[in-house]
Ligand binder design. Structure first.
Ligand SMILES: Nc1ncnc2c1ncn2[C@@H]1O[C@H](COP(=O)(O)OP(=O)(O)OP(=O)(O)O)[C@@H](O)[C@H]1O
Ligand SMILES: [Mg+2]
Length: 471
């Protein structure tokens, strides 16, 4: 079994690539300079300098492979940019280092156990960088000769290809002929053919043939005829995650499960085999482990069993860096009757480095509002921007950002180009923020179902402990 473990790289690439749109789509990085100092406003990031710098330091340690098996906790009041910073980290890491983002509540799925869900998330965050050698045919096309059978159903042919040193003739089958005609390969083109996959890449036209035609497209690229052998070996490197290897090799699922995301539980025996195999590859210097990042948002939603599982997982040899975010103050640990800081057990906190995020200043808020307007393609009049900024200070940043789109709908209705103060006022009237909603509930005095009395001066009803105080 172990001998057949496959990595199925080319398939995975296309499936797991996904675009992010939504609340954090304006974030394109952490906005740090080379010395990891935060720029005032860069890559969509504003303010929160200390936390951003800390995030940048973490990224640097991850890239140097020095911080696997540790935990970081971003703690702070709601809408102070914890999730935004994590998204910025994901973008800074680049595509070669795995970054997995889950919300803690995802772990409680019906189709698999909590520990299986966590294990999958952890293995998704560990990359295996695999080196493979492929055979490449590279040279200038001298001649392509195609013979069609009488019915046209089968084609055979010959491809003559040369380098500055030699010339070789290859026999072509139907598949290769199709591949060559799809790329519109002509005599005089410099091409590369991957021998294992049969993929044809056109590298450009040979300089020697540049005078053949007078009329050429502006994008025609001229290249030198390659030197040396026509056929050569080339090393390619790709990174897949342990989870992807698990799924591809699990007998019941196969790699199609990656499409559906419906991977089910994976047998521990299979994982053990894969780990052993990967260890072998490492010894043979065929593969390298790339510990990535697992981000668990709203981590206080995990329960005590998950926390102790995480503690153990952090200590295993194949562990990623675990980044967590929590907006809870002293709160009950789910699954117990005990309260603890951030809703996390003391032993997990002890393993974590804690980074705090703070409420934004008026200037920062104004800048974030500005960036979001550009992102959503909304024009705000100057006084509307001031009003929105002060709304954000009095309510929350997130509420204010959500009003932008609502106000734009209203502005369009009255056929105005830019969103004005009156649109914001009306949107503010239609949609309540949390504080006004609490006020409204108090005024209703028992007209709603299942009411308990609200704690004085409290925000929303948070049964498992308060959110962190924002003052
Ligand atoms: N420093 C920042 N620069 C730019 N945009 C930001 C910044 N901080 C937050 N935002 C934006 O403000 C909104 C709220 O921030 P975010 O969702 O990150 O808060 P949070 O700390 O995760 O809150 P919660 O605890 O409620 O999950 C998001 O749309 C986010 O992109
Ligand atoms: Mg968040």
């Amino acid at each position: 079994m172990a001998a057949q473990i496959s990595t199925g790289t080319s398939e995975i690439r296309d499936i797991t690539k996904m675009e992010r749109i939504g609340a954090h789509s304006h974030i394109r990085g952490l906005g740090l300079d080379d010395r990891l100092e935060p720029r005032a406003s860069s890559q969509g990031m504003v303010g929160q300098g200390k936390a951003r710098k800390a995030a940048g330091m973490i990224i640097r340690m991850v890239q140097q492979g020095r911080i696997a098996g540790r935990a970081i906790l971003f703690a702070g009041p709601p809408s102070t940019g914890k999730t935004a910073i994590a998204m910025g980290m994901a973008q800074t890491l680049g595509s070669d280092v795995p970054f997995t983002s889950i919300a803690a509540s995802e772990v409680f799925s019906l189709s698999m156990s909590k520990t299986e869900a966590l294990t999958q998330a952890i293995r998704r965050s560990i990359g295996v960088r695999i080196k493979e050698e492929t055979e490449l045919i590279e040279g200038e096309v001298v001649e392509i000769q195609i013979d069609r059978s009488l019915t046209g159903a089968t084609k055979t042919g010959k491809l003559t290809i040369k380098t500055t040193d030699m010339e070789t003739v290859y026999d072509l089958g139907t598949k290769m002929i199709d591949a060559l005609s799809k790329e519109k390969v002509l005599a005089g083109d410099v091409i590369a053919i991957d021998k294992t996959s049969g993929r044809v890449t056109k590298l450009g036209r040979s300089f020697a043939r540049s005078r053949d035609y007078d009329a050429m497209g502006a994008d025609t690229k001229f290249v030198q005829t390659p030197e040396g052998e026509v056929q050569r070996r080339k090393e390619v490197v790709h990174t897949v995650s342990l989870h992807e290897i698990d799924v591809i090799n699990s007998r019941t699922q196969g790699f199609l499960a990656l499409f559906a995301g419906d991977t089910g539980e994976i047998q521990p025996e299979l994982r053990a085999q894969i780990d052993a195999r990967v260890a072998e590859w490492r010894e043979e210097a065929k593969a390298e482990i790339v510990p990535g990042v697992l981000f668990i948002d709203e981590v206080h939603m995990l329960d005590v069993e998950c926390f102790s599982f995480l503690n153990r997982a952090l200590e295993s040899t194949l562990a990623p860096l675990v980044v967590m975010a929590s907006n809870r103050g002293i709160a009950r640990i789910r699954g117990t009757h005990t309260s603890a800081p951030h809703g996390l057990p003391a032993d997990l906190l002890d393993r974590a480095l804690i980074v705090s995020t703070r409420p934004y200043t008026a200037d920062d808020i104004a800048e974030i509002v500005h960036i979001r307007c550009e992102e959503e393609d909304v024009r705000l009049s100057d006084d509307a921007r001031d009003v929105l900024t002060s709304m954000a200070e009095q309510t929350t940043l997130r509420y204010a950002l959500q009003l932008i789109a609502c106000a734009q709908v209203l502005a369009r209705q009255r056929r105005a180009e830019a969103v004005g103060v009156e649109d914001l006022r009306r949107a503010y009237g239609y949609f309540m923020d949390e504080k006004r909603s609490v006020q409204w509930l108090k005024e209703q005095q028992g007209n709603l179902m299942f009411e308990e009395s609200l704690p004085d001066g409290a925000g929303a009803v948070v049964p498992e402990g308060d959110t962190m105080d924002s003052t």
